[in-house]
Design a protein around this ligand. Structure first.
Ligand code: CA
Ligand code: CA
Length: 440
């Protein structure tokens, strides 16, 4: 009798144990997809979870600053855990001035300071193996002095190194030009506003099997009366030192977005640069291809009315192993389109505008970031940006309004490449300066 009870107990015990093990295993196998967005006025970070084809806002983090310029999710400590990393500041809109890089874990959302940078705006961040040692580094881009700064977690602390600092000042000295904003025009008397580093990326841009750091840099946007100058720079670590080269120069417009990938599906990386304008010049996309030791350049798209080309990404939209360009333009309308390489030219397919989703008189829409996230049932195109009202004299930094638009395509349409059949939804109406995706 005792023996039979014991056996029954064992059976129940093991059944429960197996149930728990199985349910945990199942839980781990089911990937959950998330989007994280950087917002301003006030500076908040929003988290959205993809559930049954819809994004649901699951968390808002108030950073205590006016602006969150950029946000990324990555394994910054190289401990197989992902962290939110954000660049924040008050810009000119309040003290203390100066940008900071902060991080949050994805479990308790505890805040940690990575660096009190000091430059006016923390504009972009990227995370990857910049030094080709199998570990991630953080690369920061700022506006003001204009740093391209590298961070690595070593000996339990963040070590930093500047790959570049106030590049425009060096050009000004060489060319006898002046692109520094006079301090009498600045609310912050001690601030230097001379170099704007727009975007930084880590990728193998010259196809030698090793990563480089790539940055787009220009003179400040505040200088409206002087022709702006802009460059694309590549930084390469050789031995213990970083060496930089200028890929291209431009005046009158600015190099902004950088996208690197296998655009022509021939296992050869190219660099896709979005060129924008702070005034009324039109935006364009240019491909730079490093071939036979030199950079070949080709404009592949120029818009008829839009001025900004910030939100660009490459993605395998239709599961056919082919990369397509996702482009969301900036103001006035914010057009949404796909560019597909077809034998010898790009087929352009515009399937929406942000302005038509809102239909607000006098409003302008500026896309800042675009991302593609796939789950087993749908393909999800996410576009984040800002809304402003020129006649109300609210600048891009001053606005609290903006958008995240979700364009969705069901799996069967994706398989049949029905480009036109996206359904759309506005999932956010706050300003969005940057976004990233992650999976847990
Ligand atoms: Ca590394
Ligand atoms: Ca390389």
């Amino acid at each position: 009798m005792i023996k039979r009870n014991y056996i029954v107990f064992l059976i129940i015990f093991f059944s429960i144990a197996i149930f728990f093990v199985k349910s945990n295993v199942l839980k781990k196998q089911t990937n959950q997809h998330y989007i994280v967005a950087a917002s301003s006025n006030p500076g908040e970070i929003f988290l959205y979870k993809l559930e049954n084809g819809n994004y649901k806002k699951i968390k808002s983090i108030d950073t205590g600053y006016k602006f969150v310029y950029t946000v990324r999710v990555a394994d910054i400590y190289n401990n197989k855990r992902q962290y939110i990393v954000a660049g924040v500041s008050n810009s000119f809109f309040g003290e203390p001035y100066g940008c900071k890089i902060i991080s949050y874990d994805l479990y308790k959302f505890q805040e940690k300071m990575i660096d009190d940078v000091g430059d006016l705006r923390c504009k972009d961040l990227t995370i990857g193996d910049a030094e080709n040692n199998g570990k991630n580094e953080i690369v920061l881009a700022t506006h003001g002095v204009g740093y391209v700064r590298l961070y690595k977690w070593q000996n339990n602390q963040w070590e930093k190194e500047d790959l570049d600092s106030n590049y425009i000042d060096r050009i000004d000295q060489q060319e006898k030009t002046d692109h520094r904003v006079p301090n009498t025009q600045l609310p912050c008397q001690s601030c230097i506003v001379q170099t704007a580093v727009h975007i930084v990326k880590i990728a193998d841009v010259d196809n030698d099997g090793k990563n480089e750091v790539i940055a787009t840099i220009s003179s400040p946007l505040e200088l409206q009366n002087v022709d702006e100058i802009s460059v694309i720079k590549v930084y390469k670590k050789e031995g213990d030192t970083w060496k930089s080269t200028v890929v291209d120069k431009l005046s009158g417009r600015e190099f902004r977005s950088i996208t690197i990938g296998d655009l022509y599906n021939n296992r050869h990386n190219i660099m896709l640069i979005g060129i924008g304008s702070p005034r009324n010049e039109k935006g364009s996309l240019v491909v730079y291809d490093f071939f036979n030791s030199s950079w070949n350049k080709k404009e592949i798209y120029r818009d008829s009315s839009e001025t900004n080309m910030k939100a660009v990404a490459l993605a395998d939209v239709f599961d056919d192993g082919k990369q397509r360009i996702l482009l969301a333009t900036g103001f006035p309308e914010a057009k949404i389109m796909l560019l597909t390489w077809k034998i010898n030219k790009f087929e352009i397919n515009q399937f929406g505008t942000i302005s038509s989703l809102f239909n607000i008189k006098g409003a302008q829409f500026n896309s800042m970031a675009v991302s593609l996230q796939k789950d087993p049932v749908s393909t999800n195109l996410i576009i984040g940006g800002m809304t402003t009202y020129p006649n109300k004299k609210i600048g891009w930094e001053g606005t609290k309004d903006g958008f995240i638009a979700h364009y969705k395509m069901d799996k069967n349409l994706r398989e049949n490449k029905v480009i036109e059949k996206w359904t759309n939804k506005i999932m956010e109406t706050r300003s969005v300066l940057g976004l990233d995706k992650y999976t847990l």
